[in-house]
Design a protein around this ligand. Structure first.
Ligand SMILES: [Cu+2]
Length: 515
């Protein structure tokens, strides 16, 4: 069996009823985390009134989005966004949103060079939506921008070709003006894996998609609305979920070598992740593999929107348990203090069965060269101020225009999708400098391309990027500047914005015209 087909099996393993229920691409109820997990029955509530979610259940393998085309080099499918009742609390179902009945949505697996054609059906009552292919360089009119909404009840096709050398871990999520934060928090996000034509990794490495989302529900299973604090700091859920379950267990053979694709699909939570006593080797970033493995990492920090790929070697004894911890991280908090982490363990790696021989990584993963020195430069300043918030914010959660709240600005301006803020020349290498003069960190995302971070500067001290890699989202710490090199190879209107989705909704987004 080739490494390619082994990985396909793992990604597609029909281990859960979710896969069977959603394989056809039609809208169906999600199979739920069933009660009876190792660490709690689910249902009931804590002393603080938070509902208990079952823990210790097997990690769900997310369903695969089935390819409806049998032609070589073609991927065709349907994604339907619609209400779904998810059973996080057993019988007390949660009204949420799902793609093809699943949250996270089905994983798309295609190969670089493939022609992708996806029919999108918006069945979210009363709200426009789009599908944004986060991190992929697709044509501007196929990017799911806020300027191209798909009305409730309408359908459209998204069509693009996956560029050469684009293999990596991307994701898809809605991007409609003023509804992104609500639709993502209610469940709309999925992984988009682009496979390489020739895989540099050896056979025998288990490939796992780990989609991190966070959930806030009350004791009756209802998702609660946005608070004033959420609007300032971004909505942080009470439960960190991995593939839709709280603190699940990933079970594998002793000594197994695992490739973990980590996706931060939360609205606003920074994920600082550390496996207990198990060093990680970083092999990939937002835009695919690094040039060479970077071993010996004790932790990784993922801001909202970011991804990382790490390889870990499980202990060689059966019955071992390794906790993947979520460590506290201070990214700045307005009017009060950062909430304590919702839980300390987000995933447990367990070993069972016969021992497996470890798999060594190659010394080189990919040819990766720095972009040439820039011939143009942009400086973008991030600030905040008090002001009137828009009406209908968060789909009605903060209705009534004129309510005062915090606004988040780029170059002193609020987002206006009818205004072009910046212009770039097609194919020119530019330096972008994000200068953060606000009281919070902001993860800045640029559409339609990947970039290379050069350095971060704080108080005159310059820190070079630790590794050369492709990124589409970079954290800009408060009081710091981040410089990066970027080139746009496709023309049209592109968004750049903070990926704390409540900040994006309240102004922190701009329009770039590439021509
Ligand atoms: Cu922000």
């Amino acid at each position: 069996m080739t490494s390619e087909s082994k990985r396909a099996l793992l990604l597609a393993a029909a281990a859960s009823p979710l896969v069977a229920a959603c394989g056809g691409g039609s809208s169906m109820g999600m199979s739920s985390p069933s009660p009876g997990g190792a660490a709690g029955p689910g249902g009931g509530s804590t002393a603080a009134g938070l509902p208990l979610l079952a823990e210790g259940q097997p990690l769900l393998t997310l369903p695969l989005l089935a390819n409806d085309s049998s032609a070589a080099g073609a991927f065709e499918a349907t994604l339907r966004a619609a209400p779904a009742r998810l059973e996080y609390l057993g019988a007390q179902a949660t009204d949420a949103l799902a793609y093809n009945g699943a949250s996270p949505g089905p994983t798309i697996v295609a190969t670089e060079g493939d022609r992708v054609r996806i029919r999108f059906e918006n069945r979210i009552p009363g709200q426009p939506s789009t599908v944004h292919w986060h991190g992929l360089a697709v044509p501007a009119e196929q990017d799911g921008n806020p300027m191209d909404p798909v009305a409730d009840g309408a359908d459209r096709f998204y069509e693009f070709t996956l560029p050469p050398d684009s293999a990596g871990s991307y994701w898809y999520h809605p991007h409609p003006h003023q509804y992104t934060a609500e639709q993502v928090a209610r469940g709309l996000a999925g992984a988009f894996i682009v496979r390489p034509r020739v895989d540099p990794l050896p056979a025998g490495i288990e490939d796992h998609v780990l989609m991190f989302t966070d959930l806030r529900i009350d004791a009756t299973g209802r998702m609660t609305g946005w608070t004033v604090d959420d609007m300032m700091n971004g909505r942080i859920g009470d439960h960190v979920l991995v593939n839709g379950r709280r603190s699940p267990s990933l079970v594998s053979a002793p000594g197994a070598t695992l490739r973990l694709r980590l996706f931060n699909a939360t609205n606003a939570r920074y994920l600082r992740l550390a496996p207990d006593g198990l060093p990680m080797t970083l092999i990939g970033s937002d835009g695919g593999l690094l040039g060479a493995p970077l071993p010996g990492l004790a932790e990784v920090l993922l801001a909202p929107g970011e991804r990382a790929e790490v390889v870990v070697q499980l202990p060689s004894t059966a019955g071992s348990q390794t906790a993947l911890r979520m460590l506290p991280h201070d990214r700045g908090w307005m009017m009060g203090s950062m909430p304590a982490p919702a839980q300390s363990t987000v995933l447990t790696l367990r070993t069972e069965g016969a021992q497996r021989a470890p798999v060594a990584l190659p010394a080189t993963l990919r040819a990766l060269a720095p972009l040439p020195p820039p011939t143009a430069a942009k400086r973008l300043e991030l600030t905040e101020r008090m002001g009137a918030m828009g009406s209908g914010m968060m789909g009605g959660a903060m209705t009534g225009g004129g309510v005062m709240g915090w606004q988040f600005l780029i170059d002193g301006r609020l987002f206006d999708m009818n205004r072009v803020d910046r212009t770039s020349a097609l194919g020119e290498v530019e330096q972008w400098e994000f200068v953060n003069r606000s009281s919070m960190d902001h993860p800045m995302h640029i559409h339609g391309t990947q970039f290379q971070v050069v350095e971060t500067e704080r108080d005159g001290l310059r820190t070079p990027a630790p590794v050369l890699c492709w990124k589409d989202t970079v954290n800009v710490p408060r009081g710091s500047s981040v410089r990066l090199r970027v080139r746009f190879d496709l023309p049209g209107l592109r968004m750049y914005h903070c990926h704390i989705l409540e900040h994006e909704a309240q102004g922190m987004m701009g329009v770039l015209h590439v021509r």
